[in-house]
Design a binder for this molecule. Sequence first.
Ligand code: SAM
Length: 320
Amino acid sequence: MMDVIRDQYGRTFRTLRVSLLSHCNFGCVYCVAGEEELREWNEAPDRGLGAPELLEIIRRLHERLELETVRLTGGEPLLYPGLAGLVEGLRSMGIPRIKMTTNGALLERKAALLKQAGLESINVSLDAVDEAVFVRMSRRNSVARVIRGIDAALDAGLSVKLNAVIMKGMNDGQVLPLLEFAFTRGITIRFLEVMAMGHLYHHSEHYLLSRQDILQLIGERYELTPLEREPAATAQYWVTARGQRVGIIANESEPFCRDCDRLRLDSSGRMYGCLSSDHPIGLGTAETAAGLEEKLRAALAQKQDLRFTGSELSMLQIGG
Ligand code: SAM
């Protein structure tokens, strides 16, 4: 039995987030500055690593780290060819939990197949239920298609959560409508503070609606009681008097770096130990055990002590 790789805060890697490709069919305002930046990403020759190569890299990481969760993301993971086969491959190597983060646009057709392949749960990014605001946030229509995807996922038996990035002056009027939507379907929703990443690196504070602001908006309609934050969780949860849960991912107001257990892999098979690192660590299928060990320790050393200080990388590249 090998030693667990740990840093001075006791942190290790148990969760792997894999960005399957940096292409996306949405152009969300927090990811890209506009259509031109999106086109640059989408026209870059990135079709992602093929599933066999990706599975081999993940197998090596799982062997060393005993991963508990693999989350597939991007870019948009539903654009990855052979996604169901990839999920089956992860399931057969014994990864306990396989999850995905998606914008949901292609979910209606794919939810049942992915569930059958072994996907356990999905987080759907939904920043508005009002079509005009949805278009403002994603630069695409239509919210109805995403909602059909969410319903298909629920019907297929997938566990579903919603994530909404709330930006001041953009979609802050959607907090209560999103909450009502989630409560009506019995889905947990989490609101995210906007992060200083990519094109927002230098001016995200202009759009920041803080955890306190979000709680105040929800407090206008619901009485909330805070729950204890779970170890390594990104979200803190509150519960309403009727037992409905709502979460906030407050990267700015309440950083959660101190027990972070996440390792990231981009679509070229490069590792990042921290969302704030723009020093990818290349990894191949032919890595020796000693080489892998050294690289994992270097990735762990990338973790920041206490708080995220921003990154010029877009989540489109490093994986949200
Ligand atoms: N395309 C998929 C989706 O829409 O869920 C997966 C990738 S996308 C990068 C994942 C999520 O990252 C977004 O929905 C959003 O929640 C989060 N994200 C990206 N940039 C962000 C930022 N600057 N601040 C906060 N969250 C961000």
